[in-house]
Design a protein around this ligand. Structure first.
Ligand code: 5GP
Length: 176
């Protein structure tokens, strides 16, 4: 079986939508300084593009959770494997996530980070699979809603491959 990639969201669509999202975030948060917390590894291209589209003072930091352990379905358990270093207390924070699937990762991160008393806490997710959500109201800003299919590209991987694709594609196996 050979992997087959079917483009779902083009590079041009991504570039346009990420700029729109930056405007939506500033319109809601206002002009005050902002901390972007990127959820590794999948959100790194989104963070790079979103941070450069945002005006005003922006800091970036990184968190990493483990839940999928390299597979294609969630193990259901989330834990932090790398915490942020900047103190978020009293600051406007936006969690920058690649995709909301079941929502377990974000529900966990939202709860954990809100105990650290940020001035505000919001979530910007590049993709969302509404059909798979097990939690309500997870993301404040969503780039694209997609069907419940396994996608790769623009940071999203399959066994660490495809993160460098500039577009998003549905990954399937096709006969050789
Ligand atoms: P959740 O906790 O919402 O179920 O899963 C979130 C994480 O699962 C994402 O940050 C991402 O790493 C991974 N994930 C969920 N759906 C997909 C997908 O379609 N493709 C890839 N490559 N990863 C996914």
């Amino acid at each position: 079986m050979k992997p087959h990639l079917e483009v779902l969201i083009t590079e041009e669509q991504i570039a346009q939508r990420v700029k729109e999202m930056a405007s939506e975030i500033r319109a809601e948060v206002g002009p005050e300084p902002l901390i972007l917390l990127c959820v590794l590894k999948g959100a790194f291209p989104f963070l790079a593009d979103l941070s450069r589209a945002l005006d005003g003072d922006v800091r970036v930091d990184f968190v990493q959770t483990s839940s999928y352990a390299g597979g294609r379905s969630s193990s259901g358990a989330v834990r932090i494997v790398k915490d942020h270093e900047i103190d978020i207390t009293g600051h406007h924070v936006v969690i920058v996530e690649d995709i909301v699937d079941t929502g377990l990762t974000l529900a966990y991160l939202r709860e954990l980070l809100s105990t650290r008393q940020p001035k505000s806490l919001r979530v910007a997710s590049f993709l969302s699979k509404p059909e798979a959500h097990q939690h309500e109201n997870l993301a404040d800003f969503i780039g694209f809603e997609i069907p419940k299919k396994f996608v790769v590209g623009y940071g999203l991987d399959d066994g660490e491959l495809y993160r460098n694709l500039p577009y998003v594609a549905v990954l399937s196996e096709s006969a050789p």
